[in-house]
Design a protein. Structure first.
Length: 453
């Protein structure tokens, strides 16, 4: 039986088909010289199996709707952009480990389930604000993701074959994640599976270990009285997401299921602050899908535009369909949240509110490193929680760019990374990420907010 979300979204496909976006201006699309090869690749992608199942997408919509009412909390995180080279056992497992560690901290504090959404298994594309950049002293086309072209200066020509490579790596990633979870990797009886190298050096590791021990004690107590099925704590739901940027690729992963259309390359897609124009191709493509859709909102977002975007994406006003992800910057968050919230409230539009405290706080150092201040990230989170509390709305979740690796890309935090430390282990090919210690620390800070509310 199809879920109610699945059954009731027919209006969104009125005068829509998977390629109707082609009649609109499409920003941030690669320009391919070999259009014949591009057509061959897209035709092949349309014949390959989908990566996710419609029922899973519907399940995520239900969980997002729950989160909008305060009965769940969303943890949405992962890489700024996935690299093909990172499609390997260790890297994939570590990405799951950090999300599981953060989610147990949040669940323990909030006493509610966490919706885990990874920026993975498809986050191979990035919009860029400049067309060129300097690499090893040479001006080259800006890096737009491994599914478009390579990172090296000699590899910046868009290559259609990389779309196929992206599909197969997304498939391999998702296959391994499913196998890990089915095989007991997320089982709370064995949190040692989640251990990361050098994790004990994180400043709040002892607190994390204490939470794990208390949770395990509670599980063992309930099991001893026969009040808890071992299978209940043996697995979790895990969902994937990526930015819907490369529209021809996204169209090739679009499938019909009954009367509904889904993008089955991910459970959830989002539209960026730079591509959500009302007359643009990205919004036109996304409005016809039954997937939940995230909308990134920067400090220049006009409240009336937000209202109209939500109407376009969610004409039937279903809870769990639209996720508004604010990325306002620490200086702007407190004053910008209220008019945005007010616009959708007055319209009676149900939305899921999330905070991305990363993208609005990016700066470039004099040495050329893009970085973010941990203090600014925490400040935006704090002000966003406060603004929603004052407005009487629910901040349902958070959205981070982060890694389990000991990178030195964001300054600050209890580990005291300074600007001078950035070059020590700066690995990102695009935007700076929280490292493991910073990710764990921010999870505890969010937990404090959830506990207080």
């Amino acid at each position: 039986m199809m879920s109610s979300f699945h059954q009731s979204s027919a209006e969104s496909t009125h005068n829509w088909n998977p390629d109707s976006w082609r009649s609109r201006p499409a920003l941030h699309q690669p320009e391919y010289r070999d259009v014949g090869r591009l057509s061959e690749v897209l035709d092949l992608l349309e014949t390959l199996p989908p990566l996710v199942f419609p029922g899973e997408v519907d399940r995520l919509a239900v969980e997002l709707a729950d989160a909008s009412k305060g009965s769940r909390f969303i943890l949405h995180g992962g890489e700024c952009v996935e690299r093909f080279a990172d499609c390997n056992e260790v890297t994939i497992a570590n990405r799951i480990r950090i999300l599981l560690q953060m989610s147990i901290i949040l669940t323990h504090a909030a006493r509610k389930p966490v919706v885990r959404i990874g920026r993975m298994a498809g986050q191979f594309f990035k919009p860029r604000s400049r067309e060129t950049e300097l690499l090893d002293g040479h001006e080259v086309p800006t890096y737009k993701g491994d599914a478009v072209h390579g990172f090296e200066a000699t590899q910046r020509e868009p290559d259609p074959s990389r779309l196929l490579q992206g599909y197969f790596r997304a498939s391999a990633t998702l296959n391994y994640v499913r196998a890990m979870i089915a095989g007991g990797f997320a089982d709370l009886h064995h949190p040692d599976y989640w251990n990361l190298r050098d994790m004990e050096h994180a400043s709040r590791y002892a607190e994390y270990q204490g939470i794990v021990e208390r949770v395990q004690d509670a599980i063992h107590f309930m099991e001893s009285f026969g009040g808890l099925d071992r299978g209940t704590v043996g697995g979790v739901n895990f969902f994937t997401s990526h930015e819907a940027l490369h529209l021809a690729y996204e169209q090739s992963l679009t499938r019909r299921d009954g009367e509904k259309w889904y993008n089955l390359g991910a459970h959830m897609l989002w539209i960026g602050d730079r591509t959500r124009g009302l007359d643009g191709a990205h919004l036109e493509y996304l409005r016809g899908l039954s997937n939940p859709v995230g909308v990134k909102l920067g400090p220049d977002t006009d409240p009336d535009d937000l209202r109209d975007v939500c109407r376009r994406l969610n004409p039937t006003r279903k809870t769990g369909k639209v996720v508004c992800i604010t990325r306002l910057g620490y200086r702007e968050a407190a004053q910008r949240i209220t008019p945005l919230v007010g616009a959708v409230q007055r319209d009676g539009m149900p939305v899921v509110w999330c905070c991305d405290p990363m993208h609005g706080n990016t700066v470039t150092t004099s040495a050329g490193h893009k970085t973010r201040s941990f203090d600014h990230i925490v400040s935006e989170l704090r002000d966003t929680f406060a603004a929603h509390r004052e407005a009487g709305t629910v901040l349902a979740g958070v959205h981070f760019e982060m890694t389990a690796d000991p990178v030195t890309e964001c300054i600050g935090g209890s580990i005291g990374l300074a600007e001078a430390d950035l070059s020590r282990n700066y690995q990102s090919w695009c935007d700076p990420r929280l490292n493991y210690a910073q990710s764990l620390e921010v999870a505890f800070l969010i937990a404090d907010h959830l506990r207080s509310r």
